[in-house]
Design a protein around this ligand. Structure first.
Ligand SMILES: *Cc1c(COP(=O)(O)O)cnc(C)c1O
Length: 695
């Protein structure tokens, strides 16, 4: 290897495309296993930390793998616009879709996400890259990320924030043709804030991130992009201004004129005002109403919020304080500005401003993220269309999917390869060739499941060891058993997610476990927002469960993309217990299904579409309950019944070869139905045909 070796490695590390290639993560892990672990799977940081000369010569096998990755990336970029899926789709976009989101979860090495919304945005961009759909992501680059640990003894969460050095992240400053940094200005109330612009490379597409932590800005403006989580109304309004106004201006600075503006949640809704301002300045519209109306045609809004929550309602005065200058340019007085984000009938001086309503009023197309969520959203927002029956409220749905190359273990991709022609995209869900999955060899399948489980347990053990080291305790190995039925639960600890439902009736649970045909282990991970007292109590309660001698419960710290991937790949059963119909979609169960884990879930979010009697089990039923307590009791009862009479017997029913044939039939059903359908390629295709398409 020559001296440009480090340059070559940097180039590969500088495009997160590597993170979803079959040999990408393995290549960097093998390059330096210790540094890979120490940096949290961050090749950019690995290369910065490496002593001079460390990578000047690579072993021939690594050199060959580097070359293979480099030429695959070159071929991927080269094929842009030539015979790709988007090329053949029939209604190609002639300019990119600008995809706005306050968070993007692409890889564990880029801490710009909190949970499901971010991971979904990341998966959307990756599929767009794979399919060659022109899209550009717009988000914020946060200086700090939220880390949560669990105290010893009580299980009380200890929250802290970790600051990042952007040089060590897979981002690069955007520069103009002269090599100068691109910066945009955004007015925040009476002040102006300077925003830096960063690019994340994702194969054929890019993500632009804005940040305000620059020396030109006064301290109170530098911290606008300090944190994704835990910001108050003032900071959230400011972040929305940077994202919406700054995002549109960054696109203009780069000469990009998007064909569509895709607003994900209300956070970016102010962009519609900036576009109206530009139209007025260009004299493309005579007044603000016309400018907004012209803009509508190109705007798409997706609500991802669980029913009855997540909508960003801000105090009226605070919104006016921050937007009065923009409103003046638009010719809007205080009332006219605020009325854009108010619920019908709320006209009081202090009636709050809801970004979701601004978005819904300013986008020609809108959707929810599962069939059920589409219907719930039509009810939630029906008052905006008072002269229409609920079923005609113009909010449709596109059911979410997950990015298979990122979430499905390489072992499954290998197992499926002989069934379908290699190098061709996987056939669509309705293709009869998917029935071939039933012919996969049971023993091989079972061995794969076990290998993934062992990999998960090794990660859980390593994190436990790290925790003991941090606390200065001697480490007692957890001794997880790969032959035991393992149930996984990893979700945000929002009250509607009911993380403690499994423990609703402790005696009943212990009773069924003690007469079960074999042992059961439960792995739980999750995220609590900073200063969320109710969720903190949930975590403490779960911690108490880990001390139960009968139920084997393990609480795993640090729920991030890496842990989410390992858990959805490694467990036998994926548990989801939202209080119906609160879940918008939920995507972790899709990740599990693609890895042959069976989904045990309330019929909420995507599950009514995914549950076909074979891919998992439905907890409880779909009726409305007189109280939350009654609903919780009924669902817990149904969950215990399923575990006792279906899940446990099926798992432990073995034939002479020691194989659970009935269970494996369901594993195959999950693989064959989840992989092609609940997949972000299908999701991006649906968006292109139904939401982005012109006309
Ligand atoms: C998939 C994923 C989520 C979303 O999962 P839900 O099913 O909505 O609970 C959240 N966080 C991470 C890290 C994920 O990978």
């Amino acid at each position: 290897m020559t001296r440009d070796a480090v340059q070559r490695l940097k180039r590969l590390a500088g495009d997160l495309w590597w993170s979803w290639q079959p040999d990408g993560p393995a290549f960097f892990a093998d390059l330096d296993p210790t540094a890979w672990q120490r940096t949290g799977h961050n090749p950019v940081a690995m290369l910065i930390d490496a002593p001079a000369g460390r990578f000047d010569t690579l072993a021939p096998a690594l050199e060959a793998r580097l070359e293979a990755l480099e030429s695959a990336l070159a071929a991927h970029l080269e094929a842009c616009g030539r015979g790709t899926w988007h090329d053949r789709a029939g209604a190609p976009l002639d300019a990119p879709v600008a995809y706005f989101s306050a968070e993007f979860g692409i890889h564990e090495s880029l801490p710009t996400y909190s949970g499901g919304l971010g991971v979904l945005a990341g998966d959307h961009l990756k599929s767009a890259s794979d399919l060659d759909v022109p899209i550009i992501g717009i988000g914020l680059l946060y200086r700090q990320s939220f880390v949560q640990q669990v105290s010893d003894g009580t299980g009380r969460p200890i929250d802290h924030f970790e600051a990042h050095d952007f040089e060590r992240l897979p981002v690069e400053r955007v520069r103009d043709a002269r090599g100068d940094e691109v910066r945009v200005m955004v007015e925040v109330g009476a002040a102006e804030v300077v925003c830096g612009v960063w690019r994340v490379r994702l194969g054929r597409v890019s993500l632009l991130l804005l940040d305000t932590d620059r020396p030109e800005n006064p301290p109170e403006l530098r911290t606008i992009t300090a944190r994704l989580e835990g910001a108050d109304h003032r900071v959230r309004i400011r972040q929305a201004l940077v994202l919406g106004l700054g995002g549109v201006r960054a696109l203009a600075a780069l000469g990009i004129e998007p064909s569509r503006f895709h607003l994900n949640e209300g956070h970016s809704a102010f962009l519609v005002l900036e576009r109206a301002r530009q139209a007025l300045l260009a004299r493309a519209a005579p007044d603000v109403a016309t400018a907004l109306e012209h803009g509508r045609a190109r705007n798409v809004f997706t609500t991802h919020a669980p029913a009855g929550a997540g909508h960003d309602r801000h105090p009226a005065d605070l919104v006016h304080e921050h937007l009065h200058r923009l409103a003046e340019v638009l010719g809007l007085d205080r009332e006219a500005l605020l009325s854009l984000g108010r619920w019908p009938g709320e006209h009081g001086h202090d009636a709050p401003f809801d970004l979701t309503l601004l978005a819904l009023r300013s986008c020609a197309r809108a959707n929810g993220v599962s069939a059920l969520h589409g219907s719930i959203s039509r009810q939630t927002f029906a008052s905006l269309w008072p002269d229409r029956p609920v079923e005609e409220v113009p909010i449709t749905h596109v059911t979410n999917g997950v990015h298979a190359p990122s979430w499905q273990a390489a072992e499954w991709r290998e197992a499926l390869a002989p069934l379908f022609p290699p190098d061709a995209p996987l056939p669509t869900a309705t293709d009869p060739r998917w029935t071939r999955v039933r012919g996969l060899d049971d023993a091989t399948l079972w061995a794969t499941r076990r290998r993934l489980k062992e990999r998960l347990f090794a990660l859980v053990e390593a994190r436990g060891e790290e925790r003991s080291r941090r606390l200065g305790h001697p480490h007692t190995p957890l001794g997880l058993d790969p032959d035991a039925l393992t149930i996984g639960f990893a979700h945000r600890f929002a009250p509607y997610k009911r993380a403690t439902l499994l423990f609703h009736d402790g005696d009943r649970l212990r009773g069924l476990l003690s007469t079960a045909p074999g042992p059961v282990q439960v792995l739980i991970a999750g995220k609590v927002r900073p200063a969320d007292a109710e969720a903190h109590r949930t975590l403490e309660e779960l911690f108490q469960q880990t001390r139960d001698p009968v139920a084997r419960v393990v609480l795993v710290e640090g729920y991030d993309i890496a842990l989410g991937r390992a858990m959805t790949q490694g467990v036998d059963v994926w548990l989801n217990t939202p209080r119906r119909p609160m879940e918008a979609c939920g995507t972790s169960g899709m990740k599990a299904g693609m890895n042959g884990a069976l989904h045990l879930s309330v019929l909420d979010g995507w599950w009514p579409e995914g549950c076909d009697g074979e891919t998992g089990w439905a907890i409880g039923d779909t009726r409305a309950y007189e109280s939350e307590a009654a609903q919780d009791a009924a669902d817990a009862h149904a969950l215990y019944g399923l575990l006792e009479t279906e899940v446990l017997p099926l798992y432990y029913q073995r034939d002479d070869a020691g194989l659970p044939r009935g269970w494996l039939r369901r594993v195959k059903a999950a693989l064959a139905s989840t992989t092609p359908w609940f997949n972000s390629d299908r999701q991006v295709q649906d968006y292109l045909h139904h939401l982005y398409a012109p006309g």
